[in-house]
Design a protein around this ligand. Structure first.
Ligand SMILES: *Cc1c(COP(=O)(O)O)cnc(C)c1O
Length: 460
């Protein structure tokens, strides 16, 4: 292979970003503030500090500082597994026969297997600095719980993880990684919280949901002295920490004078995509450059493409602040046949605002086509991708095939958020051809969006 651009572009330690980028500073239309669920007034720092670490509350509410220093201790931890490689997908390009140039930023090369560690270490650091004893959190697919357990082990903090029951049972490997790093994994709904007991009573045998696990984790954090709650996506602070992905990618591309035409990422709660596109979006907002941004979501949980833009609850138990976002309603449950992750009902309010303002596009894709893309990708590029990440692969391939038709030599950049090692049950369904595609009907969606709270100022 003769090539001027190397297969992998790395950054040296000196070239690593030392600050996170806060894209809200450059947004004309700022995301709407969080609301207190009881008063429906903007949540104050004092209220939020009962749930979250003080420094993280500051970051959550900071809409004006474009750059925030990454503390040295976090930079040191990042050095253990970063920079993550930026890969030119030469093999995939060749296989597709496309004139497009494809790049991906791979976040799966750490034990937790995804980008989530970037924010886990930051949140654990601020908890430790505040003198806390431990943190509580939820995990769905398991990556976030694993990442949080790793970060807490490093900083000697307790880590209590409410793991959605079906994942706790179906993904014993994830659970054991959490335990090996010293975390405590509790299947949710549990009998340890009011929310959990209520769920178990109302729906015996209930296999849980992310929204319910969040409520349980928040309840435990608020009731236990020396504990706070940490969340793996959706919040502004998480997106801020994840900008390390975009900043590294941009620095690596800049080294070779490469400018992507389109940037694609999968969107669950929106943290990886938000962090990935932020530095590029900043340029677009400041009028310095233009890019096409595409958020990819599952057709079975289509918050951006079919949800409504409104204030909604972030959790089933309605204990978290209300957030303005594209949402399917906090009571929305994706079909049990959905195996590909990204099953959160809402979306980061920053990404929601981008989408609402026409700065970012969104596409919904069906899971069988996602796994077909994953199969092609692992057979050509070698890396077994997480199902979530494979949503981005699907659209990157579709766009590269369009280039093949038109002859355009577009540069496509996508985020490969994690590895699929812990998702072999989903791959098994695909390999056995027992995987089905489920797209909710308009009625299904209306049933859930009808339950979004209505109050003055929340018309949708
Ligand atoms: C959690 C996760 C996602 C989705 O979360 P976002 O907050 O939308 O980034 C995507 N890919 C992987 C591998 C994940 O673990």
């Amino acid at each position: 292979m003769s090539q001027t651009i190397p297969y992998k572009i790395y950054l040296s330690e000196e070239e690593m970003p030392k600050q996170w980028y806060n894209v809200r500073a450059d947004m004309k239309n700022k995301p709407a503030p969080l609301l207190n669920p009881k008063t429906l007034k903007p949540a104050t720092a004092a209220e939020l500090e009962q749930v979250f670490c003080a420094e993280l509350v500051k970051q959550e509410l900071n809409t004006s500082d474009p750059y925030i220093d990454i503390p040295q201790e976090i930079l040191d931890f990042y050095k253990m597994y970063r920079p993550s490689p930026l890969v030119r997908a030469y093999c995939l390009e060749k296989k597709l026969g496309t004139p497009a140039k494809i790049y991906y930023k791979f976040e799966g090369q750490n034990t937790s297997g995804s980008h989530k560690l970037n924010s886990a270490i930051a949140q654990a650091y601020y908890a430790k600095k505040q003198g806390l004893k431990g943190v509580t959190t939820e995990t769905g697919a398991g990556q976030w719980g694993t990442a949080m357990a790793m970060a807490c082990a490093y900083l000697d903090l307790d880590c209590v993880v409410y793991q959605v029951r079906c994942s706790y049972e179906q993904k014993p490997q994830r659970r054991e990684v959490i335990r090996t790093y010293g975390g405590k994994a509790i299947p949710s709904p549990s009998m340890e919280t009011e929310v959990g007991r209520q769920m178990n009573k109302e729906f015996p045998g209930c296999t849980g949901s992310l929204g319910c696990a969040i409520s349980e984790a928040v309840e435990t954090a608020v009731k236990t002295p020396g504990y706070r709650y940490v969340l793996g996506s959706v919040l502004n602070q998480v997106l801020l920490h994840q900008t390390i992905i975009g900043l590294e990618a941009k620095a690596a591309l800049d080294k070779y004078g490469i400018k992507p035409d389109m940037i694609i990422g999968c969107a669950g709660g929106g943290s990886n995509l938000g962090g990935f596109i932020s530095p590029f979006m900043g340029q677009k907002l400041r009028g310095e450059a233009d890019y096409q941004f595409i958020a990819v979501e599952p057709a079975s949980c289509p918050s951006l493409t079919r949800g409504v833009f409104a204030y909604d609850y972030c959790d089933t138990g309605k204990v978290c602040p209300l957030q303005k976002m594209y949402t399917l309603g906090s009571q929305f449950m994706p079909s049990p046949s959905h195996a590909g992750g990204l099953r959160y009902h809402g979306m980061s309010s920053i990404l929601s605002q981008f989408y609402h303002d026409g700065l970012m596009q969104a596409r919904a894709v069906e899971q069988t086509s996602v796994f077909e893309a994953a199969e092609l990708f692992c057979r050509t590029e070698g890396t077994l991708p997480a199902p979530e990440s494979s949503h981005a692969i699907r659209v990157a391939i579709d766009e590269a095939l369009k280039c093949k038709e038109t002859g355009e030599e577009k540069t496509i950049l996508f985020g490969l958020t994690g590895t699929g090692y812990f998702d072999m049950m989903s791959y098994q369904k695909f390999n056995d051809k027992t995987m089905s595609d489920y797209v909710p009907t308009d009625e299904d969606i209306k049933k859930a969006t009808d339950l979004i709270p209505r109050f003055p100022g929340n018309e949708f």
